[in-house]
Ligand binder design. Structure first.
Ligand code: ADP
Ligand code: SF4
Length: 692
C-alpha cells in the first residue's frame, strides 16, 4: 500500500538548528517507570519507536545533579560520565532507524526530595517540599547556587553530546523544572537580577539556553519545552499574558518550541475529561511569535487532524507521548497507507499510573509496551506458530479478542465464540458509561484486524458449555469468560457478610450497565477506588437520581491519583450535586436507609437511601474453566492438549491486564516457557567494597 497524498505534508523534513528531523512526528519526552533502573528496557522501547517512524525520539526527564534526586522515581540521570553508557545505548537504538535522539535536562527544584542523595533541595525561595508532603523544605538559592546550577546544566549537556544525543531540550514545563519555577510570581520573591520583572524571572532560563547553545549548539539542536499556561488563572502563567510574553522574549533563541500546558495532570488529561487536541486553544499563538518550528501534544491519533494542524499553522511537528506508546508504529502506518491499522490510544492513563507507582509502564492498547527488551516482544512482529491444531477461545472481551488476534497473526486457526450478541465484553459495556466512549477503541482495533484474517472465525450469540467445548475438535482452548461484580460487599474493607446485601435493593455495576435502574435515592458504595464508582454515580445523576457516594477512603476514587484524574473526578461529582461521604465503611443496608461506620472512630451514621450500588470487587466467571480443568482424561480424549483461563476469568483486573494476558497466552502457545519468563537486568556490583 502507498500513502494517501493528502498525508504527504506529514513526511516533510523539519530543520531543528543544525540537525534535521526526517518527518514531522515527534515523540515527546515521557516518563515510563524504567529509566535508569531498567535501562535496556527503556532503550529498546525508544528504539522500537524510532523503527516505527518517529523522527525525534526523546528520553523522559534527565536529572543533572544530586540536588535534583527524584528518588524513588526512576527517570534518566546524567550526574557524571558514569551515567553515559545506558543513554548511549538508547541513542544507538534510536539512530539505527534514522531518528534523532533528544534528551530533556532537568533540575526538579522543590520537587526533588533528595531521598537518596540527602542534599538540601533548591528553589528560588524557601518553601516546603510538596512531594509526598515530606517534612522537608527547599532553601532559597543564592548567587553561587545559581552559578553552580548553570554549570551542572552545561556539564550535563556536554555529557549528553558524548552519549550521542542530537538534541538537548531545556525544560520549563509541568512546574517540574527549576528554571521554570524561577519564572513564576508565586514562587519568585527575589530582589536580585533573577527576581522582580518578567525579564529577570526569565533570566535563568535564557541563560541555560544560551549556555547550552554555546557549548554544543553548532552540532546539536537546542530546543525548549515550555508550558504556556497553568490553568490556574491569574495565580499562574496564562497563555494570553506572561505565557505569551515569555515566548515573545525568547522567540528566536531555541531551535524549536515544544509547548504545552502545566502541570502533568493538565498536559496528560484522560479522554474522560478532554478530547483530542484539547491544548490547541492555549498553544496556537506560539507560531505567530516565532519563526522556529513548533511542536505540541494533544493525544493526536487521527492523521487528518494532524494535517489540519500543520495546514492551519498551529504546529510544525506533531508531538505525541501516549499515542506513541499505544502505537509505536503510528507514523509508519500513515506512511504506508495503513490508517485502519493504527492502534489508537484510549486516553486511560494506565501508562501514567504505572510510572506513578514507579513500575515499568504498561499500556491498555499495546500489550508489548515495556516488554520489548525483557521478553523480546515487538509491537508489529510475532513468531509464527510452532504447534498445529485448532484454537478455541471462549469469550470475546479484551482478553479473548487479543488472544484471537495475536494467535491469528502467528498463523493459528482460531475460533472465537462469544455468548452475547456483541463483541468486546466489558469494554463494550463500560464504553457506554459517561466519559468512557474512547475505550471502545480496544474492541474496534481488534475486531477490525480480526475481520481481515481468513484464519480467525468469530461466532456471536454462541454460549459454550463443557459438552460443546469437548465436541469442538480444538487442540487448544482458552477460556476468557470474564468476571462479574459482587453484590455482597466482600472486598478490601469487608470480609464478612454485610447485613441487608441480600435484601433485593442492592445492585451491581453490571446491573447498571445492563440498564437496570434502582428506585429513589441511591447510595453508591465504592470500595474499589478506581473509576467505576464515580462513573456509575454520574450515570445515575444523568438518569435523574439523587445520588450519595460513600467510600472508606479519604477521597473519591483514590487510586485515580495515579491516573492524574482524582481531583477532576471529585470536582465533577460535586458539580453534579452528588453527596460525598468519605472515610466511612458500609455497616448495614435496610429498605429505607444505609448505615455507615467512620473508619477512624467507628461512630455510626445513617443515610437515607432506598437502594445501593455495590462497587467493591469482582468474581471470575470461571465455572466453565473449573469444570474442564478437572477432566484431564476427557480433555485428552477430545484431543485438547492445552487449556488456559485468561483475563478477568483468570484474575479480575484492569482492561490492560486482560489484553496483556490474551497476548501473552498467544505468544506462549506451544512454546516452552521459562520459570522466570523474562530477562532481568541486575545492578552490577561495584568492584570497590571496603567496610568503613
Ligand atoms: P476479559 O476482560 O477477561 O476479556 P470480559 O468480561 O470483558 O472479560 O469478556 C468476557 C466475555 O465472555 C463476555 O463478552 C461474555 O459474554 C463472554 N462469555 C462468558 N461466558 C461465556 C460462555 N460460556 N460462552 C461464550 N461466551 C461467554
Ligand atoms: Fe493511551 Fe491508555 Fe496506552 Fe496510556 S495506557 S498510551 S493512555 S491507551
Amino acid at each position: 500500500m502507498t500513502r494517501d497524498p493528502r498525508y504527504d505534508i506529514l513526511f516533510e523534513p523539519v530543520k531543528i538548528g543544525p540537525v534535521t528531523a526526517k518527518n514531522r512526528f515527534y515523540q515527546a519526552p515521557h516518563c515510563n517507570g524504567m529509566g535508569r533502573t531498567f535501562p535496556s528496557s527503556m532503550a529498546a522501547m525508544r528504539g522500537v519507536k524510532a523503527e516505527g517512524g518517529w523522527a525525534v525520539v526523546s528520553t523522559e526527564q534527565t536529572d543533572i545533579h544530586p540536588s535534583s534526586d527524584f528518588t524513588p522515581a526512576t527517570e534518566c540521570r546524567l550526574w557524571s560520565d558514569r551515567d553515559i553508557p545506558y543513554l548511549a545505548r538508547m541513542c544507538d537504538a534510536v539512530h539505527e532507524h534514522g531518528a534523532l535522539a533528544s534528551t530533556e535536562l532537568v533540575h526538579n527544584g522543590k520537587w526533588a526530595g533528595n531521598l537518596y542523595s540527602r542534599e538540601v533541595p533548591l528553589f528560588p525561595t524557601h518553601m516546603p517540599v510538596p512531594t509526598h508532603n515530606f517534612p522537608l523544605q527547599a532553601r532559597a538559592m543564592n548567587k553561587a547556587d545559581i552559578r553552580a546550577y548553570r554549570r551542572w546544566h552545561l556539564d550535563a549537556a556536554k555529557r549528553a553530546q558524548k552519549a550521542g544525543f542530537d538534541i538537548i531540550c531545556c525544560y520549563a514545563a509541568h512546574n517540574l523544572s527549576l528554571a521554570g519555577m524561577f519564572m513564576l510570581n508565586r514562587y519568585n520573591f527575589r530582589s536580585d537580577e533573577y527576581g522582580g520583572s518578567l525579564e529577570n524571572r526569565v533570566r535563568l532560563f535564557r541563560e541555560i539556553i544560551e549556555d547550552t547553545r554555546e557549548a554544543v549548539g553548532d552540532s546539536m539542536g537546542v530546543i525548549v519545552r515550555f508550558a504556556v499556561d497553568e490553568l490556574r488563572g491569574a495565580e499562574g502563567l496564562e497563555a494570553d499574558k506572561e505565557g505569551r510574553e515569555i515566548v515573545e522574549m525568547l522567540a528566536e533563541l531555541p531551535d524549536l518550541w515544544d509547548v504545552n500546558i502545566a502541570e502533568w495532570h493538565n498536559d496528560s488529561m484522560t479522554s474522560r475529561f478532554a478530547d483530542e487536541g484539547y491544548q490547541e486553544p492555549f498553544i496556537e499563538f506560539v507560531k505567530k511569535v516565532t519563526t522556529k518550528p513548533v511542536v505540541a501534544v494533544g493525544r493526536y491519533t487521527t492523521p487528518d487532524r494532524m494535517v489540519s494542524l500543520i495546514n492551519r499553522g498551529i504546529v510544525d511537528m506533531i508531538g505525541a507521548a501516549r499515542p506513541s506508546i499505544a502505537d509505536p508504529f503510528l507514523p509508519k502506518k500513515i506512511e504506508q497507507g495503513r490508517i485502519e491499522d493504527i492502534r489508537e490510544c484510549i486516553g486511560c492513563n494506565i501508562c501514567v499510573a504505572w510510572d506513578n507507582m514507579i513500575a515499568p509502564m504498561r499500556c491498555t492498547q499495546n500489550p508489548t509496551n515495556s516488554e520489548e527488551w525483557r521478553r523480546g516482544w515487538h509491537p508489529e512482529r510475532i513468531a509464527p506458530k510452532t504447534d498445529d491444531g485448532l484454537l478455541l477461545i471462549v469469550g470475546a472481551g479484551p482478553a479473548g479478542l487479543e488472544a484471537a488476534l495475536a494467535a491469528g497473526r502467528r498463523g493459528h486457526d482460531v475460533v472465537l465464540a462469544e455468548g452475547g450478541p456483541e463483541l468486546g465484553g466489558r469494554v463494550t459495556r463500560e464504553s457506554r458509561l459517561p466519559g468512557l466512549g474512547a475505550w471502545a477503541r480496544v474492541r474496534d482495533y481488534r475486531t477490525y484486524q480480526i475481520s481481515q484474517m481468513a484464519n480467525v472465525e468469530v461466532y456471536k450469540s454462541s454460549v459454550l458449555g463443557m459438552p460443546e467445548v469437548l465436541e469442538f475438535g480444538a487442540a487448544h482452548v482458552a477460556i476468557a469468560t470474564g468476571a462479574r461484580w459482587r453484590r455482597d460487599g466482600y472486598g478490601r474493607s469487608h470480609q464478612f457478610p454485610i447485613p441487608g446485601t441480600d435484601g433485593g435493593n442492592v445492585l451491581s455495576p453490571d446491573d447498571i450497565m445492563a440498564g437496570l435502574r434502582p428506585e429513589g435515592r441511591v447510595l453508591v458504595y465504592d470500595d474499589d477506588h478506581y473509576y467505576m464508582g464515580s462513573v456509575v454515580a454520574e450515570q445515575l445523576v444523568a438518569d435523574g437520581h439523587e445520588v450519595v457516594l460513600a467510600t472508606p477512603q479519604s477521597v473519591v476514587a483514590s487510586w485515580t491519583e495515579y491516573t492524574l484524574e482524582q481531583h477532576r473526578i471529585q470536582a465533577r461529582l460535586l458539580d453534579l450535586g452528588v453527596e460525598i461521604i468519605t472515610s466511612h465503611a458500609l455497616r448495614e443496608i435496610t429498605r429505607e436507609s444505609v448505615s455507615l461506620n467512620c473508619v477512624f472512630s467507628g461512630k455510626t451514621r445513617t443515610v437515607a437511601a432506598t437502594a445501593v450500588v455495590m462497587v467493591v470487587s469482582r468474581i471470575p466467571n470461571d465455572k466453565l474453566y473449573q469444570e474442564l480443568v478437572v477432566e484431564a482424561d476427557r480433555l485428552s480424549a477430545a484431543g485438547i492438549k492445552t487449556l488456559r483461563g485468561i483475563g478477568d476469568c483468570h484474575g479480575p483486573a484492569t482492561i490492560a491486564a486482560a489484553v496483556y494476558e490474551g497476548h501473552r497466552f498467544a505468544r506462549e502457545l506451544g512454546e516452552e516457557v521459562a520459570q522466570i519468563p523474562f530477562r532481568r537486568e541486575i545492578t552490577e556490583l561495584s568492584t570497590e567494597f571496603d567496610l568503613p
